[in-house]
Design a protein. Structure first.
Length: 154
């Protein structure tokens, strides 16, 4: 099985924008398969580059302001940096720079993004909207299904 990392991305101080961290916390309560590790990636940035060099597969969990209904869970299987959602929220530049740097170093793991649609954050709050909070179990199940599919194909 490939060495796999599940990384939640988000800013907990911006309400729904921190949903990636909330999904990660939900997943930590379950028993992960052998060889799977969890990391709270916070708001991203180049300090996370080592993870992209050390793992064969990374499942990123993040919020996107993509115009879909809040709480919509989607999967993105990007091949190139340009394939990543253009609407990653407050950490947009840091995460995209991180992915670009991994590509430049020619050591890019397989990356799967599980995204949760949100409205553009406008206020500082620790609370999630009801729609985004209700999406956490579905996003966690999506991540677990991705893990199972990688075990079957490896």
């Amino acid at each position: 099985m490939p060495k796999t990392l599940i990384m939640g991305i988000g800013n907990l101080l911006m309400g729904d924008e921190g949903v990636g961290i909330h999904v990660l916390r939900c997943l930590r309560e379950k028993s992960p398969p052998h060889g799977v590790e969890f990391v709270d990636g916070g708001t991203g940035g180049l300090n996370l580059l080592g993870f992209f060099l050390d793992y064969d597969r990374i499942i990123l969990i993040d919020a996107v302001a993509d115009g879909q209904l809040s709480g919509t869970v989607s999967i993105v299987n990007p091949e190139y940096p340009s394939d990543y959602p253009a609407t990653l929220v407050s950490h947009d530049i840091g995460l995209k720079d991180l992915i670009d740097a991994a590509y430049l170093l020619e050591r890019t793991p397989e990356i799967v993004m599980v995204t949760i649609s949100i409205r553009e954050p406008t206020e500082v709050t620790l609370d999630l909207s009801p729609e985004v909070s209700a999406a956490i179990p579905a996003a966690a199940a999506t991540v677990l299904n991705e893990l199972k599919s990688s075990q079957i194909s490896s």
